[in-house]
Write a new protein. Structure first.
Lengths: 360, 265
């Protein structure tokens, strides 16, 4: 084995560190025993799944995607369709087509079937989408989100239309969400270091060079798009079975905003950064929301404080983009350098040489 | 003398461009240019600025589709195929401005050459480690590509291209931006590539010192046309080439050797 031990530690420490942080959060939250903390933590773990699903595509390809919250919505609605008991369907979805009326899967099969449906949808619409570059790709993915939203809010037979879909069983609890979040954290790390992930990152760093060494960039992006849609669909299904009643509006602008904020603040290029972004934005936004409520109660401001949380989060997003555009954990995974402090010092003479040689 | 007689294998294992024409919005950048490269030779593609050298490389590597003419690798037509297909057919290029995968380490960059053409991970690791050892850049193995000096980047880009196991390597100004020492080192490394890696080189460069010492054959373009082909000695003495590079006035003063032999011929 030629791989020096420092290199493998470099890959393993960030995974262990990220898992460790979230394990501690889960344990502390369960010790609190308050239903509010439990709710916040569960949603946070679902968000870890969602945002890492998005990171797998966005962080590694460098392409902005608005479509993934749509995949989350597909996952949520499809899992409801697969898991609702037939007698509940008569009330929740009175106009449902007959073949679906008696369909009922268990929780996990429903989650996976829903995630698979989101992935198949992404596979079909993704192929033309992956040929687009930069802004065009971002705008096209936004158009896709609009299409998904309109279908979810108008296909009354399948989704109950713009009204609330209710009656889902509460399968997702805090530890279910946490365990799946741990699995997705590992998946995101493994994906990043896999040859597919490496090719995708290569296309992000320099698409012409990627082409020039034989990488089929469109195909690579497409596979990543499908995988990440699967995970986002899964996140939607988990979320649906925690919230138990929701509307199509849940998977639109405000969800897109919060998910992108978590990803961008944390650092889309790193898995540990992205996961940390979810944690930080959860803490900040829940803190702000408590403050908003408290201030709203005692009239300490001469104006309404409703919506203050979103405004402050938006300001945080702008500040991060301005002063730390790569996010909090920009390039090197959290803890990766613990393994190679010595190596860095050994390489430092080369770095000083750079300044002298410079670019011609 | 027919320049083709200089190389051994005439048919089969060659990269061939035949009568390539490229028009850009009415401007003819290349006019019926034909070129051929064997796996065992180093060919220089030279000519003044704007003569169409990079355009030709872009066509060979699939970045541009020619208006007319064909490109074939080992007899298979690849004209207008997408760049990654051409790379997988065994033709790989480097860029005038170095293009590395900046956020990734040197060893990952080199591995990606092998992964790009579909090698397995284990094999890519072995190929990369061997190349890094052969070029004596082990000290740069885990350095992020963005942190390298310009000369180091050039070497890594060539290593990445070699990791694909390509048969034909197109180097677009490999010595640009290098100092004399680095350029000399590069020359030494490039000279042995056809023998060591079974990889023919097509090199564009303005460093005539490097080109003349490195190349078995030269192909000279001017204003999109081939104006001369032959060994460095033949091209050096070609009056059309001297004129294209220096103008009629200067040629006599700067290249006395060339004018002398022209007169004697």
């Amino acid at each position: 084995m030629k791989v020096p031990s420092g290199l493998s530690a470099r890959k393993v420490i960030p995974v262990a560190l990220t898992l460790g942080i979230f394990l501690i959060v889960a344990i502390v939250a369960s010790l609190f025993g308050s239903s509010l903390v439990d709710r916040i933590t569960t949603v946070m773990f679902v968000n870890v799944i969602m945002v890492l699903g998005l990171q797998i595509f966005m962080g590694n390809s460098g392409l902005l995607s608005f479509a993934h919250v749509g995949f989350m919505g597909i996952g949520a609605y499809a899992s409801a369709l697969f898991s609702l008991p037939p007698e509940q369907k008569l009330m929740s979805l009175p106009d449902l087509y007959t073949p679906f009326q008696d369909l009922q899967l268990g929780f996990l099969p429903a989650v996976f079937a829903a995630a698979l449906l989101a992935a198949v949808f992404a596979a079909v619409v993704g192929f033309p989408l992956m040929r687009l570059a930069d802004t065009a790709a971002a705008i096209a993915s936004f158009a896709l989100l609009v299409i998904v939203h309109v279908v979810l809010s108008q296909w009354t037979a399948m989704t109950n239309g713009p009204r609330t879909l209710f009656g889902l069983l509460k399968y997702t609890d805090m530890w279910t969400a946490a365990i799946w979040a741990f699995i997705v954290i590992v998946v995101a790390f493994v994906f990043k270091e896999s040859s597919l992930g490496m090719k995708l990152r290569a296309s992000r760093d320099n698409v012409h060079a990627a082409n020039a060494v034989g990488i089929d960039v469109v195909r690579t992006r497409w596979i990543a798009f499908v995988i990440s849609a699967f995970i986002c669909g899964m996140a939607g299904a988990m979320w649906a079975h925690f919230i138990t009643s929701f509307q199509p509006g849940a998977f639109y602008m405000s969800m897109t905003f919060i998910v992108l904020t978590m990803l961008i603040v944390g650092g889309p290029q790193t898995v540990s950064g992205t996961a940390l972004g979810v944690l930080i934005i959860t803490v900040v936004s829940e803190g702000l929301r408590q403050m908003e409520n408290a201030l709203g109660m005692n009239d300490s401001f001469p104006f309404d404080t409703v919506g203050m949380t979103e405004i402050l989060l938006a300001i945080v997003l702008i500040l991060v983009l301005a002063f730390r555009p790569g996010g909090l954990v920009e390039r090197t995974e959290l803890g990766a350098n613990w393994a190679r402090g010595r190596q860095r010092r050994r390489n430092s003479p080369d770095r000083t040489e750079d300044a002298l040689v410079g670019k011609g | 003398m027919d320049p083709r007689s200089v190389t051994s294998a005439d048919t089969g294992e060659r990269l061939t461009a035949t009568d390539v024409v490229m028009d850009f919005a009415g401007l003819r950048a290349l006019d019926t240019v034909s070129l051929s490269l064997g796996k065992d030779e180093i060919v220089g593609l030279i000519g003044p600025n704007g003569s169409g050298k990079t355009t030709l490389v872009n066509i060979l590597s699939g970045a541009l589709e020619p208006t007319a003419g064909t490109v074939s690798i080992r007899g298979d037509a690849v004209t207008g195929a997408r760049p990654h297909r051409i790379a997988r057919s065994g033709l790989v290029r480097t860029f005038q401005t170095v293009r590395l995968f900046g956020t990734m380490s040197v060893v990952e960059n080199v591995q990606l050459g092998a992964l790009g053409v579909g090698r397995r991970r284990r094999e890519a690791t072995r190929v990369a480690d061997d190349l890094i050892a052969a070029f004596e850049v082990e000290h740069l193995r885990d350095v992020t590509a963005d942190a390298l000096s310009y000369g180091q980047k050039r070497i890594v880009e060539i290593l990445r291209a070699l990791a694909t196991g390509c048969d034909y390597l197109l180097l677009d100004e490999p010595a640009a931006g290098l100092n004399e020492e680095e350029s000399e080192e590069l020359l030494g490394r490039l000279t042995s590539l056809p023998a060591t890696f079974g990889c023919g080189l097509l090199i564009i460069d303005h460093d005539m010192n490097l080109i003349m010492r490195l190349c078995h054959r030269l192909h000279v373009l001017n204003q999109g046309r081939t104006i001369a082909e032959g060994t460095p000695a033949q091209v050096r003495t070609d009056p059309t080439v001297v004129e294209a590079y220096l103008g009629k006035q200067a040629s006599a003063a700067v290249l006395p050797e060339a004018t002398e032999s022209t007169e004697s011929a």
